[in-house]
Structure formats: C-alpha cells, structure tokens
Design a protein around this ligand. Sequence first.
Ligand SMILES: Cc1cc2nc3c(=O)[nH]c(=O)nc-3n(C[C@H](O)[C@H](O)[C@H](O)COP(=O)(O)O)c2cc1C
Length: 433
Amino acid sequence: MTLRHFGWFLGAGFGVQGWGDTTYGIGYDWKQPGVYQDAVRAFEAAGLDLLVIEDGVAVPDTYRGTAEVNLAAARFVPKHDPLPLVPYLLGATSRIGIVPTISASFTEPYTAARQLATLQHFAQNRLGFNVVTSGSDLAAQNYGLDKQTEHDLRYDRADEWVDVIRALWRSWDPGAIVEDVEHGVFADHTKVHRIDHEGRFFRVRGPLNTVPPEEEPVLVQAGASGRGRAFAGKHADVVLALASTAERMKQHRDDIRAVAAESGRDPESITVLFVVNPIPTANAAETGEVRRARSQLTQAAIDEQLQSISYLTNTDFARFDLDAPLPELTTNSNQGTLDNFVRSAPAGATLREILAARAKADGLAVIGTADEIAEHLATLGDESGADGFLFTGQVHPAHVHRTLDPLVPALRRAGLLRTGLSDRGLRANLAAF
Ligand SMILES: Cc1cc2nc3c(=O)[nH]c(=O)nc-3n(C[C@H](O)[C@H](O)[C@H](O)COP(=O)(O)O)c2cc1C
C-alpha cells in the first residue's frame, strides 16, 4: 500500500486522436482544444499529477522514402504546436500539472525562457516542460542543418541550454518589483541583472525582459542512453522512462539517482515515472481476446512498426529483407530504441521474427481486469522502487473513459493512487509523498 504518482503521456502530441478506430465515433475536431480540455479534466478528477504532451517537428518520410504510410494512418503527422494549447488546458483545470515538450535543439534558450516564464505565470506553478534534443534528421533539415548534430553533442548543448534558461529566470532578484507609486518606481533596477553568458554554444546577454515566475517550471526529461541519463540526473525534476521489467526499472532509477547525487542533488527530489499502456478488460476471456488481436502480425502492424522504427532511427527499414537477419546498425538518433528493437528476438533472428516477437511481447501494454492491472503496478512499484507510472494513449474520450473509469477505483482500492491533488502546483504535488 504505497502511493505512487500517476500521469498521462499524450504520445500522439497535439495531433489526430484515434483516427481509424471504429469504436471512437465522431464529434470532436482534433485541431480544436475541446477534446484535450475534456481529457485533462478527466485526468485531474482522477488524481493524476501531470499530462505530458509529446512533440516533434517533421513529417516522417523515412520509411520507403515517402510519407504515404504516416499520412494515411495519421501517425506522427499532422501535429499542432503544443505550447499554444497550454493556456486552454490550464483554463479547463485548477490542479493538474501541464507539461508541453520543447526542443533544446531547435528553440533558442532566450525564447524558451520567456515563453515558459509567461506560461508559468498563467499556470500558477502548474507548468512543466519536457526537454528533448530531437534526434530526427528530417527535423534538423527544417532548421537549416543537413543532418542532426551528433547524439552526445546534442546533450552537451542541451546542458548549456538549461543553464542559460535558469540563469535568465534568476536574472530578476526576489523583490525586484516594488510598484512604489509614491516614488515612481515600478521595478528596482539594482535587482535586475544581465547574465552575460558566453558559452560553447550560446551567447546571451540578458536579463530576461519579463518577470520570472516565483517557482521555476518542473523540468521533465526522458534521456535513456548513458549520456541522456547523465543529463536527466543532473537537471530533471521528473524522469520519464521505458522499461519492461521491475529489474530494468530499478536499474534505470538507480542510475538517475546516482548521477543526481554526484551532481550534489538530493535523489529524493527526483520523480521517476515509467510508461505503461493499461488496457482494462472485463474478464479473463476478454483479456485473451485482446492479447490475441494485438499480437497478430498483419501487414498494417508490420507497416506500423517499421514506419516508427524508421523515423526514430533515421533509417529506412524497407531496405531490409523481412526474412533475413538485420545487418549491424547504428544511429545518431535514438540508439537505445534501436538496441531494444534489435534485442527483441534472439541474435540472428530475421526482421519478421523481431517484429513478431515485439507484437507478441506488446511492449508497454498491461492487459487484464482493472484489479489485475492495479495489482501488477503495485508489484512493479514495490520491486523497482518506481516513483510512479505514466499512462500512454490517445486522448479521445472513448479511450480515456474506457481506461480510467474502471482503473481509477481499482488503483484507489489498492492504495496506489492519491485521492486528490492540492492547488499548490506541480512541484508541491510531486513532493507530497
Ligand atoms: C515517455 C517519453 C516521452 C518522450 N517524448 C519525446 C518527445 O515528445 N519528443 C521527442 O523528440 N522525443 C521524445 N522522447 C525521446 C527522449 O527525449 C529521448 O531522446 C529518448 O528516450 C532516447 O534517449 P537518448 O536521447 O538518451 O538516447 C520521449 C521518450 C520517452 C521515453
């Protein structure tokens, strides 16, 4: 009976929700805020700490050299910018944390510091930001580069990016705003400082030209490689991670906490959340049916897996024979994702066998009755020490309610899910236990 933190990862970003799923019906326009506002209200009522909104900045056409599969199935595209959605989500709620994704590689730190400061004022301490370094060459080509900067170098740059942003947020001392009408002083100029940052990657004079928020937004990060974990351990308040066993979860969390301690931080101040895709069923028969349906390796399932791995690794997997083993592969993008993909089946397996093994293992899915899922998460949490879990899924109402309506009471019965959120902000809610 240990409370865990829960959140929702909107993996499709501010994009099409549930297109092609015949059970979803119609009536919502993904391009408008309404569907996300309804979802975030449900998340807040359920007691979830935060909503993380994925983002990327390219139309994927790596797989088969065309965007056909992605556009036909609305995968990764189209996608609105998540930042303008944030005020709508804040306006619909009063307690839950809202976490848009922002690319350290493609956003100037001054712009990011200013946008996030503005939003955190609206959010009254409910804002977080998911810092990504964006591995996609296609994205890099939208920002004047031929290909993306080398993986570890991106993190070196992101280290400095975070330092600059924090320096800008600290460029106004507490008490700088005096609003002294009698003496004609709005702000005290001795308390507003230039930062004069001259680094390897950025030159920023400062100060920030708006008032920084009282509480800095919560820094969320999902680095998985050694370099990524070092970045997360040094800077992140919340770490998002993928791991399929309690042992791997424990290892991941231990790594992050060790880096944090080496950087002089209190490891207890970091919340490590593991992504799961809960699929509640009514009974064992339905569990079996859902498992069977999801493990079928249809052509659509093959395309789905291949377009995704192609995009995430900048490698066109259509080049490889489905019935031959994969050649040795490396990527400058998501090496960890590629390694996991290759290791899904025993060495020497064909690409088709890898795809079949992945369909069968069904990665992040936890399928069962709500009580079985709650029990599974309780055990995973106890064995790994995970601070909590991030549910992933599209936020079409049918999916949200199909997932949360049975699961929330079960998680409460199991003593895992808090009964309510305070209105003191995301940091306070994360620190509550
Ligand atoms: C839960 C989760 C959410 C992520 N969200 C994004 C995202 O919105 N945009 C993005 O470009 N990358 C995203 N990533 C990728 C990570 O930022 C990171 O690049 C990836 O986990 C690989 O780690 P590495 O960069 O250390 O190799 C996400 C990863 C995870 C596990």
